[in-house]
Write a protein that binds this ligand. Structure first.
Ligand SMILES: [Fe+2]
Length: 178
């Protein structure tokens, strides 16, 4: 099933997602759609990005830990959503988590690396949205990279830089400028 925007917002409310999470999802959706439109006008991709972005943090209704990605995917699978949307949610952490890292983190063995264009765009739009006192705010890629380095996550920092470059090349503009 491919939901409408209204259905996505209902799912977030039905799962008791806090308003701050819903605002974050909407901010990520707006940026993700701006990025997508620079790359393609394909309707299917635009729909997937929109729905995937709106729902990407639905698992935060359960936990704010890293598990929120696969728990969110499980919530959506139970609701019968299209796998293409479910995988966007499952693979949205940073620029992906490889099998070795997933094992160390104690995550169930699944593929957590974004592979499709829609999966990559939602994961990276999320990297570029932070929060200030007023709510969601833009971040530069350097900020997202510095945060990972600050936590000692060197591989993730490099992966985020690479994803930023890949999508910026496809969009023909540095995503920091969008
Ligand atoms: Fe998330």
């Amino acid at each position: 099933m491919i939901p409408t925007i209204e259905q996505c917002l209902s799912f977030l409310a039905e799962e008791n997602c806090p308003n701050a999470v819903i605002e974050h999802c909407m901010a990520v959706e707006l940026l993700a759609m701006k990025i997508t439109l620079r790359i393609t006008k394909d309707r299917k991709t635009l729909d997937l990005v929109s729905m995937g972005a709106l729902l990407h943090d639905i698992g935060r209704s359960r936990t704010h830990g890293i598990e929120h990605a696969y728990l969110g995917a499980d919530i959506l699978r139970k609701r019968g959503l299209d796998e293409a949307i479910v995988r966007i949610v499952e693979r949205h952490i940073g620029a992906g988590i490889n099998p070795e890292e997933a094992d160390i983190l104690g995550l169930p063995p699944r593929n957590y690396m974004p592979e499709t264009l829609a999966e990559k765009i939602v994961a990276h739009a999320d990297n570029l949205i932070t929060h200030d006192d007023r709510g969601p705010a833009r971040w530069k890629v350097a900020d997202a990279v510095a945060r990972e380095r600050g936590k000692g996550h060197e591989a993730q920092a490099v992966r985020i830089e690479k994803l930023h470059t890949e999508l910026s090349e496809l969009a023909a503009i540095d995503l920091d400028e969008i």
